[in-house]
Design a protein. Structure first.
Length: 460
């Protein structure tokens, strides 16, 4: 094959030459578990802030909006911005090594959060956490897509994405344990840095496991790259950026619906995630430790099961001939999540709130694994890291993490003017975001089918 044109659709589109290795279940499930542990740790490190809302407000004088910015914008902006350049590197370089660098950076910056003295220092440390974690997903999605057979891809990626809710849940459980352990301890001192509040120790404790994870990551081998646009050899070189944008433009309707739908779903998930422990304390008078334990268990159980069930259902429907199963499953689950997301903050008793919270978490979690799988289904190997970063992670995290927590805080502070009215803000955001997510994902089913047809030209 000679020469290259400016658009992938005009080039000779072939699969890999030669015989690609076939990885057995033991290998690809082991890799999935290791990468899932990395994802769990990343969510523990980014989410530990959630359970420390009240101590931070008390001891550092931050407002709800400032805390929402630390949780959302500080992390999401650079997490999103760094995704594309890191994704482009992941499409050319050693993906396991990229993940190792990311783990090192985010663990170090999480520890630095524990010595922040003011809002500016805290903000910059959270930016660092986002930059480090931006290395994980583009590389991990590409690795798993190369390891798994196609008929198990949705389940494989969904299992990896279970780390989202397992990390959320563990961060609340660990945070509750840390708060209970240090609540009666005096402030501690670090030589040359001074005195710090006892709750700040939580950041050091959750950062430490990164060292063990780095050792475990050395057992993961870089997989063979499958589903290239070009024959083996020509495909070793990265594609020009113009070809990336040509591919995106050709599939623009699919990507717009995907980004918009999952962005709105992210507003629901992240808005609830940050403020639910505070909601339980402000509405029902719970202790923060008890609120964290209860919510953490719900996330750990129902969130993880929801993500796996979403992947299983999509694989099952695809096996029965429903080629657009990933988009259809996501749209249905988002629709069903609207009612419990709207009602649980308005429940009269904490037990009723928790009962409604469980299906809300299950249904809003189910689409996230298949969100990644649908992107991988229509994207060739040379572009997977870049497309995952810019067309999925960038809009979803910027909208979901950046807007979700802050929307709840702004409605509470500027709309109702009373911290006790947090429940009404959560209900409004959950309802509006859920309805928008369901509608946009439903609108994306038809263009996704067209993108799948185009992908058949280059798949092996």
């Amino acid at each position: 094959m000679t020469g290259r044109s400016s658009a992938p659709g005009k080039r000779q589109l072939t699969g890999d030459a030669g015989v690609a290795p076939v990885y057995g279940p033991a290998r690809y499930w082991y890799v999935t578990v290791v990468l899932m542990l990395a994802y769990v740790l990343s969510y523990v490190d980014r989410s530990i802030l959630t359970l420390l809302v009240e101590p931070i407000r008390r001891d550092m004088g931050f407002s709800d909006v400032q805390i929402s910015l630390l949780h959302g914008l500080a992390f999401a902006l650079f997490y999103s911005l760094m995704g594309f350049p890191i994704g482009r590197i992941a499409d050319r370089r050693h993906r396991v090594g990229i993940i190792a660098i990311g783990i090192t950076v985010w663990s170090l910056m999480t520890a630095i959060c524990g010595i922040a003295r003011n809002f500016g220092q805290f903000f910059l440390a959270r930016v660092g956490v986002g930059v480090g974690e931006a290395a994980l997903n583009p590389a991990a999605y590409s690795i798993l897509t190369d390891y798994f057979p196609r008929d198990k891809l949705s389940r494989g990626i969904s299992t990896y994405v279970m780390g989202t809710y397992m990390g959320f849940g563990i961060s609340y459980l660990v945070g509750a344990w840390v708060l209970r352990a240090v609540e009666d301890l005096p402030d501690f001192e670090i030589p040359m840095l001074g005195s710090f509040h006892s709750w700040q120790m939580a950041f050091f404790l959750v950062a430490a496991p990164g060292i063990l994870l780095l050792a475990l990551l050395t057992t993961v081998r870089e997989p063979y790259r499958r589903d290239r646009l070009y024959r083996h050899g020509a495909g070793k070189q990265s594609l020009p950026v113009r070809e990336f944008f040509a591919f995106v433009y050709k599939n623009r309707r699919t990507f717009l619906c995907h980004a918009g739908g999952y962005g709105c779903l992210g507003v629901l998930v992240n808005g609830m995630a940050l403020w639910t422990p505070a909601f339980l304390t402000r509405t029902y008078g719970w202790e923060m430790v008890d609120a964290g334990m209860a919510y953490g268990l719900i996330l750990l159980v129902f969130g993880a099961i929801g993500i796996y069930c979403g992947g299983w259902l999509a694989d099952h429907l695809e096996a029965r001939g429903r080629r657009t199963a990933t988009f259809r499953t996501a749209a249905v689950c988002a629709s069903c999540a609207v009612l419990p997301a709207t009602l649980f903050p308005l429940a009269n008793t904490p037990s009723s709130a928790l009962l409604l919270m469980a299906p809300m978490v299950f249904l809003s979690a189910a689409p996230w694994g298949i969100a990644v799988a649908s992107i991988q289904q229509i994207t060739p190997n040379e572009l997977r890291g870049q497309v995952s970063a810019l067309m999925y992670l960038f809009p979803v995290n910027l909208i979901g993490i950046g807007l979700g927590p802050t929307a709840v805080a702004l409605i509470t502070e500027r709309g109702f003017g009373n911290p006790a009215d947090l429940k009404y803000s959560m209900s409004i955001v959950g309802c509006v975001a859920g309805v928008m997510a369901a509608g946009i994902l439903s609108a994306g089913i038809r263009p996704f089918r067209e993108s799948l047809r185009r992908a058949e030209h280059w798949k092996t």
